[in-house]
Design a protein around this ligand. Structure first.
Ligand SMILES: [Zn+2]
Length: 259
């Protein structure tokens, strides 16, 4: 097997930053129902069409000092952070070897990380987990897991992940007339069930609810939120799932029986 040579590392990092640049377009346009392909990126304040050489990930932001070239309106720091984070994801996930299996795993994990980042930021701002991003996650997860695990992992995991939150939400609605989890949350749980399997998805359900409740209580007690405010739940699912997928050893410490 060929070990990944150090000279290829910058290519992975540049690839990550380029995906980050595209992800910025996704994060802005998908929740607004705009096309991610056309038109070319422009300044949201003055409509100035950004030239390709002003749209180089990370570098352009620094060279333009975070301001539109024409109207000098500030470009949110989020644009730079998303590009840096995606470059970091690609670096963190660089395959050790250059064989098919390792590159396949890289593509799978990198797609998951990018979709998680988009979901996280969109849900924080708009309180939705868009179907388009869930669809990408569903396709890569199912394709990878069907070839790598038995159906007791991906099929039972997917069903458990979808059915438990669906029943809980439906019961809450029947009993109290309030919608607990949104449709996007339930779909995301189902997709994560395919990836994590039946045991770890139940672990995620418990831990993300616990984390969400703790944050909610702290926000209510510190009067930064009222009881009736809707809280985006996606970020908690994503934080726990990221730890489970990218730092699995943490869960062996918490639960020695976990897979
Ligand atoms: Zn402008």
């Amino acid at each position: 097997m060929t070990k990944t040579p150090l000279e290829l590392y910058p290519i992975f990092i540049i690839f990550g930053a380029l995906v980050g640049s595209f992800l910025n377009v996704v994060i802005y346009r998908v929740p607004r129902n705009l096309s991610v392909v056309t038109p070319r990126s422009s300044c949201v304040f003055c409509g100035y069409k950004i030239k390709w050489y002003e749209n180089i990930p990370i570098l352009s932001y620094i060279l333009l000092r975070g301001k539109c070239k024409k109207c000098h309106s500030p470009i949110p720091i989020r644009y730079l952070l998303v590009e840096i984070l995606c470059a970091f994801f690609a670096y963190f996930l660089i395959p050790s070897f250059l064989d098919f299996e390792s590159i396949y795993l890289f593509i799978f994990l990198f797609t998951i990380a990018s979709c998680f980042l988009a979901h996280f930021l969109i849900d924080m701002e708009h309180q939705i987990l868009p179907d388009k991003i869930n669809l990408v996650l569903f396709v890569v997860s199912l394709t990878y897991m069907v070839t790598k695990t038995t159906f007791t992992h991906w099929l039972i995991g997917g069903l458990v992940g979808f059915i438990i939150p669906y029943i809980v939400t439906w019961s809450f609605y029947k009993l109290r007339g309030v919608i607990g989890l949104g449709g996007g949350d339930i779909k995301l749980f189902g997709i994560l069930g395919i990836v994590l399997g039946p045991v770890a998805i139940v672990q995620n359900l418990f831990m993300s609810c616990l984390l969400g409740s703790i944050v909610g209580i702290v926000l209510i007690l510190t009067k930064r939120m009222s009881r009736s405010t809707a809280l985006a739940f996606g970020p908690y699912i994503i934080i726990i799932a990221s730890l489970q997928i990218f730092f699995p050893s943490l869960f062996r410490i918490i639960n020695p029986f976990s897979i």
